[in-house]
Design a protein. Sequence first.
Lengths: 246, 142
Amino acid sequence: MQDQATGSLWSQLLGRAMEGELDGQTLQARPSVLTQWKSWKEKHPLTTVMVLPPLSRFYESGCYKGRLGQYLVGVCQPGYPPKAWRFDQLTLEPIVNDSYADEPIVIAFQENTGTATIFHRRLNDQTLEFSSHSAGFTDAQTKSVWDALTGIALSGPLKGQQLTQETSIPSLSKSWDLFHNDSEYWGVSLPLFFSNQTVENVSSKCEEVSKEYLIDLYRLNIRKQKKSADPLKLERKSKEFIGSER
Amino acid sequence: MNNEFPHSPSIEDIRLIGMPILNPIQPEKKFAIHWLNLSILTLLCMVLFLLFPGCQRAPSEVASTHPPFNPLMAGVVQTPIIEPEVKRTGELNEKDFLADEDLVLGVEVNGEHRAYPINQLTGPKRELINDYLGGEPILVTW
């Protein structure tokens, strides 16, 4: 991207000027959340939504949904190496108590909507430890229940209090890898894992795409385990794999 | 007795009519074709040059911060999207292509909330949205 005032060139993911008069300067990132429209309007009924005219008659909605396994949520603060939490790892452990930049944080992942939010765990000079709950997440210290999208306590002694949201960047793993070479990753990197619910979430429009992606993933894993595998057998196995996942 | 394949020419037929021989292109002709192609290309270039005034800028005018000079992109003006149309949840209709399951980028500034559908933030012309929210200028990108 380019600004009109100085004509400097900026990186979209880093928010930093890469060339020109403002070279090296960084735009301040704002906390944002990538979620489904349904849950966003449910939590914030007075929200406004941007509406642009469709670009072409081939315009389709919901085509990003099938790629949930390729997403991650990352944090990047100056002076610290970036850190990322992959969605396919977060499906195994939806609430992660972690720390970044000497600050305790919690990553809350909702698999049904594909939303990952990051909050600070420190509240009123007290560091809370969170675990999974049906309505969001709950803390071990006061047993309050917190909403995973907004970070507001729904019930318990801390009801009405809000956790500070950490500025996180939802991204596709590929582009994150490209821009943050030195990034740390939480959890095990391989083998890639898809749970039943993630596959069920895939909308019908993207079904074929995601199916191919699953087959590719399975092939990749097999290839890593056993290099001299029969391709026909692999094909059959990958089909069986998809059958069992459904 | 020779009527088994009446449609296929016999050796005698070929002797009478003569074998069809493709004349190789003469060197003079080759050159002529080459020059024709070149002249058409140069004409096209001149037309493009006149159509897009961006090409006519002197190199000194183009700031050193710009990407490498690309004559194809020189005439294309990228218009920034500033303060796009927004709607409340109740005002949406079918033409807005926003399904419940669609991913949105939600932002909150000074108590004001706004959602940016990811489907609409794609493509080179729509990746950057200059907007004001809660009295503050923000840039939304995907």
